[in-house]
Ligand binder design. Structure first.
Ligand code: PLP
Length: 313
């Protein structure tokens, strides 16, 4: 664990991205109208417009690792609208690392959308591959191929979903000035959820809101947690603290309805909280639904982690 300590120290010294900008916004009781509930939003979206939310949490230690290993840059993967690609391009350009983005879709170019354009502008080299090849990105032969071809780059999986990404997300909970009873967040790869889960008090509940349809949250989390916690029983113990809200995906990844758009508009008007349509809008919606149908006999502290995503959604 000494190694982690030193990564953490170096990430704290990295003043480019100041996580103290992540304020805790209390949502007034008249908005949720629930007795015994105090609700806060942990505004990680305020860390930086481009390296926003959980993306900096997941990149922080990967950037330090790349610097530590004297790599030239970071090579990573994402879709055309990936917040993670943009965050990687932006973070790397500001700390003096190069970046390569492997993008899903061979028909695309750097001019296909504003997200890719901005990545290219920040100096990211974009390599477009077919969906079939992209879907194999986690296979050993594929990762070995990319590693061999770009040996001077640190390979970071899609969404920053590796050990270092997960560990970086532990810091979110450590910044809270109180103990949370319930934590809500939107879920893609589950790296953020895993980092938050292992830093959660034993009695607290993690509410995961997958934005993909038919997503197996517990299986995905198990796969990420096992190499860290080392034994399956410990992993299952942790997973008992997870509640999955699997019906708030609004049709699946990248899909939404006018109801969701209206909800996002209403929240912005009422409590000045900006949400995106791909991730945080869905998760905040699930939180409101859950509050509505749950009665609290004891006072509870509920925290919604705002994972960012406002530029692309
Ligand atoms: C990437 C992203 C997520 C998903 O985080 P995971 O760690 O992959 O589960 C959630 N919210 C926003 C806004 C994101 O950009």
């Amino acid at each position: 664990m000494d190694e982690n300590q030193s990564y953490r120290k170096s990430s704290e010294n990295n003043a480019v991205f100041d996580t103290s900008k992540s304020l805790l916004q209390e949502i007034p009781g008249h908005f949720h109208q629930k007795a015994n509930v105090r609700l806060w939003v942990k505004r990680d979206d305020l860390i930086d417009p481009e390296v926003s939310g959980n993306k900096w949490r997941k990149l922080a230690l990967n950037v330090v690792l790349a610097q530590h290993q004297r790599k030239e840059g970071i090579l990573t993967f994402g879709g055309a609208y990936s917040n993670h690609l943009l965050a990687t391009a932006s973070a790397c350009s500001r700390v003096g690392l190069k970046s390569i983005g492997i993008v899903r879709g061979e028909e695309l170019t750097a001019a296909s959308n504003p997200n890719l354009r901005r990545c290219a502008e920040l100096g990211m080299d974009l390599i477009f591959i077919s969906r079939t090849q992209y879907d194999c990105r986690c296979e050993a032969s594929e990762t070995e191929m990319w590693k061999a071809r770009y040996a001077s780059y640190l390979l970071v999986p899609e969404g920053g979903a590796n050990y270092h990404g997960m560990i970086g997300c532990q810091e979110i909970m450590q910044e809270l000035p109180f103990t949370a009873d319930h934590v809500f967040l939107a879920q893609g790869t589950t790296a953020t959820s895993c980092g938050v889960l292992v830093s959660l008090p034993e009695k607290a509940v993690l509410h995961a809101v997958p934005v993909l349809k038919g997503f197996d949250t517990l299986a995905e989390m198990r796969a990420l947690l096992l190499p860290v916690l080392l034994d399956a029983e410990t992993v299952d113990d942790y997973l008992k603290q997870v509640v999955v809200h699997s019906d708030a995906h609004f049709g699946g990844y990248g899909k939404w309805t006018s109801d969701l758009e209206q909800f996002i508009y209403k929240v912005r008007q009422a409590i000045n909280l900006p949400l995106d349509k791909i991730y945080t809008g869905k998760a905040f919606y699930a939180l409101m639904q859950w509050l509505e149908k749950t009665d609290f006999t004891e006072p509870v502290h509920v925290v919604f982690i705002h994972t960012g995503g406002l530029l692309n959604g």
